[in-house]
Write a protein that binds this ligand. Structure first.
Ligand code: AHR
Length: 491
């Protein structure tokens, strides 16, 4: 018999809500069309920001949004995006198709968007083509409350109150698009930039660029270089699991292959944290993954630089399995930002003119939101592994996996069944407590390629499932190719 044992008396750590974070870059139609349509648009908006998108994002309780890039951040000069919109300069977006960046969406617009959806803004600073002075001035512009010229400019631009932006990263992917630095040179730049970023009113949370994937060298050499330098609070790796097949066309083996590849996140977290522990045994510096997700091939007929992709049940399982990994490693990872919010890569939302659709990945974020801030407790998943062939090699993936967290008297247990065709029955056992009642929500489809379109926006959506959840042992049958969220009132 397959078994899920939830040990309520074995807490791992509190799940930082920021694990459920997002990322929005000036790339393709993420910002322009996805968020910003302008006040004069026929698309319903509040001061230029789409109201349908705000409504949808608010529902999944986004804790934090990273902006303005990505690669775009290291070529972004924040002063281009303030002041009267008609006077803002038009620049070339060198990373994403050489399109014109009108700068209509800048600091004020982004902070307003964050406030509208209830998220904290996270600014990614420019190291590659910027200066310590430019970044230091951006912090002053946003956070200073005294009588400085920059604070007065902020007030003149409509915000007398400071923005109190807490999260700032010193560059993005500085081993690549952020300046092609080696870890030692970036370490030196990190210290030079961070030294000038001040805690005006708001204590800053400063984030350094970590490796591409699970590269131990970058991490070791960066931390060796910065030595005892203490103005660092976070260190962020990026991991894209890529694709197998295309976004919507894949074989059953490719379905498993991509989900299996997303599970490498667990090893990345364990190894990166272990290296960091060698330099920072007290874990004062948090491990972050501020870009992650699927990355499918370009769709014919769309601009290849815009990274637009569809989002199917397979993306939903990748998202769920990754969020379960983050939850289980709540003692090691403090923030995760899926790439990207709207119309780019593994998006929550797709738009087409005035139409908007939420994706299967969005529904996972909705179903998992009660994990935010809960205490992750240890859960053991015993199930028969699934075997599949990828690249001529036989590989294995779990039969059932997930995570459990407790908030007050409510337990959230989320479970992924990756089996493409078979339901899996399991006994769920609680140790250290028992269930008074419970409810179940399931995201599944008979077709592993199922996705939402503008014509069928609810083709994939979570549905309630009947189940008797009582006592400290009960059975549940997990649908094939599914994500299940079980909310239990503990008695
Ligand atoms: O998310 C798209 C791009 O992927 C980002 O701009 C960059 O940081 C990463 O390589």
């Amino acid at each position: 018999m397959n078994r899920i044992s939830v040990t309520l008396d074995e807490p791992i750590a509190q799940i930082n809500p920021n694990i459920y974070g997002h990322f929005a870059e000036h790339l393709g139609s993420c910002i322009y069309e996805g968020i910003w349509v302008g006040e004069d648009s026929p698309i319903p908006n509040d001061g230029g920001i789409r109201t349908d998108v705000v409504r949808a994002m608010k529902k999944i309780k986004p804790p934090i949004v990273r902006w303005p890039g990505g690669c775009f951040a290291d070529d972004y000069h924040w002063e281009d995006g303030i002041g009267p919109r008609a006077e803002r300069p038009r620049r070339v977006n060198i990373w994403w198709g050489d399109v014109i960046e009108p700068n209509a969406f800048g600091t004020h617009e982004f902070v307003r968007f964050c406030r509208m959806i209830g998220a904290e803004p996270y600014f990614c600073g420019n190291v590659g083509s910027g200066t310590p002075r430019e970044l230091r001035d951006w912090v002053e512009y946003c956070n200073f409350t005294g009588d400085s010229t920059l604070a007065a400019r902020r007030a003149a631009n409509g915000s007398p109150e400071p923005f109190n932006v807490r999260y700032w990263s010193v560059g993005n992917e500085n081993w690549g698009c952020g300046g092609s630095f080696c870890p030692e040179d970036y370490g030196a730049e990190y210290k030079r930039f961070a030294t000038f970023l001040r805690d005006w009113g708001t204590p800053l949370f400063l984030i350094a660029c970590g490796p591409s994937g699970n590269d131990p060298e970058w991490t070791r050499r960066f931390f060796t270089k910065i030595g005892k330098y203490s103005r660092i609070h976070g260190f962020s790796a990026h991991y894209y699991c890529g694709t197998a097949g295309t976004a919507t066309e894949y074989t059953e083996a490719q379905w498993y292959e991509l989900i299996a590849r997303s599970l490498k996140m667990e090893g990345l977290i364990a190894q990166q944290r272990a290296i960091m522990d060698g330099f920072d045994p007290g874990r004062k510096i948090g491990l972050i993954v501020d870009e992650w997700g699927t990355w499918h091939p370009t769709v014919v007929g769309r601009n290849p630089s815009f990274l637009w992709q569809q989002n199917t049940m397979r993306d939903a399982l990748v998202a769920a399995a990754t969020l379960d990994i983050f939850n289980r490693n709540a003692d090691k990872v403090i923030m995760g930002n899926i790439a990207q919010t709207i119309n780019v890569l593994q998006a929550m939302i797709l738009t087409d003119g005035d139409k908007m659709v939420t994706t299967p990945t969005y529904h996972v974020y909705d179903m998992y939101q009660s994990h935010q801030g809960g205490t992750c407790v240890r859960a053991f998943f015993e199930s028969e592994a699934i075997t599949f062939t990828a690249g001529g090699k036989e590989e294995r993936i779990f039969g059932l996996d997930g995570s459990a967290s407790v908030k007050g008297s409510e337990l959230t247990l989320t479970v992924v069944n990756p089996h493409a065709t078979d339901a899996v029955e399991a006994e769920v056992v609680f140790r250290g407590g028992s269930a008074r009642s419970g409810s179940v929500t399931v995201l599944t489809d008979q077709d592993i390629h199922a996705h939402n379109t503008f014509d069928a926006p609810d083709a994939v959506r979570p549905v309630a499932s009947a189940a008797t959840i009582e006592g400290n042992s009960w059975r549940y049958t997990f649908a094939p190719a599914s994500v299940t969220a079980i909310k239990v009132q503990l008695g």
